[in-house]
Design a protein around this ligand. Structure first.
Ligand code: Y12
Ligand code: CO
Length: 171
């Protein structure tokens, strides 16, 4: 089932998500719905809070070098914790909860992540490049933070201006 995605400035997006305790059928159905939703909206990443569910779960489907997203490469990341980071990098990010706005954000270049999969099994992942960036973007959602809150003062102003213009055009 494709779920509705909430967008800025919905106040739920500011909530801190709670740890997942039960790795049951309900969680699996929800993760399947998140996947359907992300693919229907052309996303590469989605956090549970974006579909109004404040639990520490996120999914990622990073495209391969041809730009294709394969379900076998889908990552379902639950209760993630970053254990080590290296370097820094700039990447132009977008978010399904901030449609139509893209801006450069500085992130760690690589990281070591520990998380649980849908069965509650512990996984360790070394992430680099786009995967590392996407993990940080989605983990910010778990803390109630959007990428626009990581922008410099001037870039944040640019966002506010574009957001207000888009609102006026909608009316
Ligand atoms: C790098 C880049 C992005 C992330 C986080 C995951 N972000 C997304 O998956 C964003 C997807 C997105 C899709 C959009 O829709 C289309 O392109 C058709 C979109 O455009 C509109 O909604 C108008 C915006 C964002 C992490 C790291
Ligand atoms: Co996002």
């Amino acid at each position: 089932m494709v779920l509705p995605i909430i967008t800025y400035p919905h106040k739920t997006l500011k909530m801190r998500s709670k740890a997942v305790k039960q790795f049951d059928h309900e969680l699996h159905t929800f993760l399947d719905d998140m996947y359907e939703t992300m693919m229907a909206k052309n996303g590469i990443g989605l956090a549970a809070i974006q579909v109004s569910h404040p639990i520490r779960a996120l999914i990622l489907s990073i495209p391969n070098e041809k730009g294709d997203q394969h379900k076998e490469n889908l990552l379902e990341i639950i209760n993630p914790v970053i254990h080590a980071t290296k370097g820094s990098t700039l990447y132009q990010e977008g978010c399904l909860s901030v449609p139509g706005f893209y801006e450069d954000v500085e992130r760690f270049e690589s990281l070591t992540l520990r998380y649980q999969n849908r069965y509650g099994h512990e996984v360790t992942l070394e992430a680099h490049e786009l995967l590392a960036i996407a993990i940080q973007h989605e983990m910010d959602h778990l803390e109630g933070k959007l990428f626009i809150e990581r922008l410099s003062y001037n870039r944040r102003k640019k966002f506010e201006k574009e957001y207000k213009k888009a609102l006026k055009e909608k009316k």
